[in-house]
Ligand binder design. Sequence first.
Ligand code: TMP
Ligand code: ASP
Length: 234
Amino acid sequence: MAELLYEGKAKKVFATADPDKVIMYYKDDATAFNGLKKGTIMDKGVMNNTITSFFFDLLAKAGIPHHQLEKLSEREALCVKVKIIPLEVITRNIAAGSLAKKMGVAEGLVLQKPIIELCYKNDELGDPMINDDYPAAFGFATDEQVQQCKALALKIDRILTDFLAERKIRLVDFKLEFGVDKEGRVLLADEITPDTCRFWDWDTNEKLDKDRFRRDLGNVEEAYQEIIRRITGK
Ligand code: TMP
Ligand code: ASP
């Protein structure tokens, strides 16, 4: 049995024989509100591995550097070992969730330009929002790395927004994580899935993402399947 290097809320990371590569294992566990709400979404791990692999392939073709090397099995993907920058880089096109609450606007307000938020990835602190100065001040990323993450996030936003619009999906907002490889390059890491994005149906604004679990709306698995169906055409 491979050595477990790290277990997060939705994935496990295992060592491989190659010290520069790791295996991501996608679980069915679902959490919300920094782990306060817990549950399972049947076959979420299988669906999220499929969805992440699909988006990473799409982004690689558009020149975005990412950590994934190969989808290995239903729940596993081989990835470059990176040091994760403890930042949640959130990009928003439409007000929803915590932004709608904070600004006192209805969910669905189309923003006049995308917003990028940075949060310090730390569940115990509730992933507090920070600004561009914090990472270098606390020594967990350089100013240049922060600017690279933000530039990549905006580029990814444009690629995914256009791709999803053709499939009748609105990209409301999404969270990215980045890592640094042994050569010091910043790579997109983690996952891009309905756990980490808000996807709304273009015509009805029906939620096709983890808000169905967070808000007990039902048909959670069906929403994830619908995303796969629309993006892959299968
Ligand atoms: P928020 O509106 O709750 O701040 O969420 C913004 C986006 O980030 C949404 O697509 C869900 C995603 N997200 C995560 O992936 N992980 C998190 O811990 C949080 C708070 C949000
Ligand atoms: N991923 C976070 C948690 O598990 C928050 C969320 O997705 O709502 O608590």
